[in-house]
Design a protein around this ligand. Structure first.
Ligand SMILES: Cc1cc2nc3c(=O)[nH]c(=O)nc-3n(C[C@H](O)[C@H](O)[C@H](O)COP(=O)(O)O)c2cc1C
Length: 177
């Protein structure tokens, strides 16, 4: 699958997964795609915890009340950033951008390998969910789970949400929207 096909096929998946494990080899390949993402000043600030241990998967799977993919994932990839990021360029930290670039690479890799996922970020930031997952993963206080990806083989067909047309969001040479 070339990169444009992976971009076209990628979609958020919140449905059921097949009862099949995700081999470590594939999980490592997905995270390798994250490691190759760009980062501000090449600081490579995001780290990753791959969760494939049955008991840890079970603990995380009980947390989300409505998202079936979070409940049925065969593995999770947790993306870890500093709780209080230090500036790296003038007064700016790029940890969120670094993490987002890594996540997008993983979404495409997950799609290309025939798995599905959804970028879980907003949910982590309410009701202490990030803190609870941090506790399960034994994170020190100075580290925070910024994004978590449930991974599995999708049992249903889903599609990418409709996107606005090119002309509504892009233009050439001057702002003309
Ligand atoms: C920064 C960010 C945070 C997100 N947080 C969540 C989340 O907490 N829960 C969830 O189900 N989806 C989350 N999503 C997925 C979006 O809802 C999804 O990308 C959007 O609806 C478009 O659908 P698509 O991914 O199929 O194109 C998040 C996406 C991004 C980029």
């Amino acid at each position: 699958m070339d990169v444009f096909e992976a971009i076209a096929r990628r979609h958020s998946y919140r449905g059921p997964f097949r009862d099949q494990p995700v081999p470590r080899e594939d999980l490592k390949r997905i995270v390798q795609a994250a490691l190759q993402a760009p980062s501000g000043k090449n600081a490579q600030t995001t780290s990753f915890i791959i969760v494939d241990n049955a008991e840890t998967v079970r603990q995380i799977s009980t947390m989300h009340p409505t998202n079936t993919a979070m409940q049925e994932a065969r593995a999770y990839i947790a993306c870890i950033v500093d709780t209080h990021p230090e500036p790296i360029y003038e007064k700016h930290s790029f940890q969120i951008e670094d993490c987002a670039a890594a996540v997008q690479n993983m979404l495409l890799a997950i799609t290309a390998l025939g798995y599905a996922t959804v970028w879980i970020d907003g949910w982590l930031r309410v009701k202490g969910h990030a803190r609870e997952i941090g506790r399960i993963l034994e994170l020190p206080d100075e580290k925070t789970v910024r994004v978590i990806l449930p991974v599995g083989i999708p049992a249903e067909d889903w599609e990418q949400k409709e996107k606005k047309p090119f002309e509504a969001r892009a233009c050439f040479n001057r702002y003309d929207l």
